[in-house]
Each structure stands twice: as structure tokens, then as C-alpha cells.
Design a protein around this ligand. Structure first.
Ligand SMILES: [Zn+2]
Length: 293
């Protein structure tokens, strides 16, 4: 069984492309960061698989995020993936949801897909209202509203793994009425969550599309990676200004910051903080000197 891999495939007999994803370590890493209630855990794992499937289906360089804002037991779910195959994510909740449906977890709200190009290109954002039943239904609605290629996703998640399957019309064949598209979607709709979670890519493609001509490509590895760092934390403390930093030190004895994505702890004691601001001062002075001369 390949773990933490994304495979692309092409159903040549139907002019449909696809992706299959399976995550173990990345998913475990995300679960280590917070003790999520079961229903939130499920939607977080599904969102993780969906974001990476989506990221792999698009040509971009930068960050793609999937964000759900809600008004219920949970109010935020955020997954950030990069075009280099790394990902991180979290959810915030106030109380345990009373059911498994999206409306039980978030009540009402929306889902936003945002692409921030790293090369300074234009930012893209698409927003769709949450559908009551599931993330799958919400993403189906998203693809219908955004004038993109016909796309469908199937997602599954348990305590060990998060998995998913994506089908998309080829650009030259993009038409919902397309017979090949309709046929492969009907076949994919027979997939059971346990098959998505337990079968490897060859077996699942055989199970669903054995009457089609399928070409499977080699897999791409994926991993959990947080973009937080000591430098970013220091820059944040500097941006607070010396007065506010001193006030925090006086109250707490040190400045302690935990990253919500990866659970890493950063601590700055009074000497660290003093050094930060004196470095800041001396670099200001040297900038001034450069300007003078
Ligand atoms: Zn982090």
C-alpha cells in the first residue's frame, strides 16, 4: 500500500482524467495537533484529501487554500496546500457538534477556494454556500457554479487515513452531457468509503473502471509541512513594537507562541526580545547610514 501519495490517471476510453489520493502520516500529523470531536475530524480529513486533489488538478505556483467559515459548533476549517506538495490544516470549534452533517457542524456558512500565486500573479477566489449534507455536495455545487471543467470528488476518512478520488473532463471534451463523463461518474458513484480507504490505486481503478482503458501514472509524494519558523515569530514580535512586547514580558515573564497548525512552541525570554529590538535598531541605523552616504 502506497502511503501519502497522489496518483494521476487517464480513462482514455472516456476522455476523463482522474486523481486518487491516500494519506496516512500527513493525516496523523494533523490529528496530533488537536483533539478533534469525531464529526469535525471526519470533515477535516475529507477537506485535506479534497484540497490536495484540487491542488493537483490545477496549474499554479503558490498556495491553494480551502476555508470553511461557519456559525455553528465549529466556525473555521482551513487547509493550505502548496504547489510543491506540502500541506497543513486546522479546525476551530466551540462545542461538540450534535451530528455528522455539515449543517450540524457549521450550521450555515460558506466555503472559499483561494489561490495565491507565489510569482505575483492574480489572486483567485471562488466562494460557495455550504450544502447541508456534506463537503462532497458543497464541492459539487462549487464546481457547478465556477465555470470550470466538469469535476466530481469522492472523499473518505477514518482515524488512520484520509482518501479521495477526483474525476474531471478533459478540456476538449468538457460537457456535462458527454457520454464518457456520465458513464465514469456513474461508475465512481458506486465507490464505498471503505474501498477508498483500504484499496490501493490499482485495485480501486480495477474495481471501478475495469471495462474502461485506464492509464495510471507514477505517484507524487505528499507531506505535512508547516511554514511557521523562528524568524516569522520574531518578525511578528517586532511588528508588535517594543512597548507591547515589554508589556507581554511583564505579564507572562516570556513571550510564548504556539503554532496552531503544527503545535510547535516558540518561546522568547526577555533577553531574546531585547536582542530583537536592538538588532532592529542597529539595522535601522545602518539603513539610515546607507541613505546618508
Ligand atoms: Zn507551524
Amino acid at each position: 500500500m502506497q502511503t501519502d501519495t497522489l496518483h494521476r490517471f487517464l480513462i482514455e476510453s472516456a476522455n476523463v482524467r482522474g486523481e486518487w489520493i491516500h494519506l496516512d502520516d500527513t493525516w496523523q500529523h494533523m490529528l496530533d495537533c488537536a483533539d478533534y470531536p469525531a464529526s469535525i475530524k471526519k470533515v477535516l480529513g475529507e477537506a485535506l484529501a479534497a484540497t490536495l486533489l484540487l491542488s493537483a488538478s490545477l496549474k499554479y505556483k503558490g498556495t491553494l487554500s480551502l476555508q470553511i467559515n461557519g456559525t455553528g459548533a465549529a466556525n473555521l476549517l482551513l487547509i493550505q496546500a502548496t504547489s510543491t506538495g506540502t500541506v497543513r490544516g486546522l479546525a476551530r470549534w466551540k462545542e461538540e457538534p450534535k451530528g455528522d452533517q455539515l449543517s450540524d457542524i457549521f450550521k450555515t456558512g460558506n466555503l472559499a477556494i483561494t489561490i495565491e500565486p507565489s510569482d505575483g500573479g492574480e489572486r483567485y477566489q471562488g466562494i460557495v454556500e455550504l450544502q447541508a449534507e456534506s463537503l462532497e455536495a458543497t464541492l459539487t455545487e462549487y464546481f457547478q457554479q465556477s465555470e470550470q471543467l466538469s469535476t466530481r470528488l469522492w472523499l473518505a476518512c477514518n482515524d488512520q487515513s484520509a482518501s479521495g478520488l477526483l474525476l474531471q473532463c478533459l478540456p476538449e471534451e468538457n460537457d456535462d452531457e458527454n457520454e464518457g463523463w456520465q458513464r465514469t461518474v456513474l461508475l465512481a458513484e458506486t465507490v464505498k468509503p471503505e474501498e477508498l480507504l483500504d484499496l490501493d490505486v490499482e485495485d480501486i481503478l480495477h474495481r471501478l473502471f475495469h471495462e474502461e482503458d485506464v492509464r495510471l501514472y507514477t505517484g507524487d509524494p505528499l507531506n505535512f509541512q508547516c511554514s511557521c519558523s523562528q524568524e516569522k515569530v520574531e518578525a511578528m514580535v517586532v511588528s508588535l513594537g517594543q512597548d507591547e512586547a515589554d508589556a507581554l514580558l511583564q505579564k507572562q515573564g516570556e513571550i510564548a507562541i504556539s503554532c496552531e497548525f503544527c503545535n510547535r512552541h516558540y518561546q522568547l525570554d526577555p533577553i531574546d526580545v531585547q536582542q530583537l529590538f536592538s538588532e532592529e535598531l542597529s539595522s535601522d541605523l545602518s539603513d539610515n547610514k546607507k541613505m546618508v552616504h
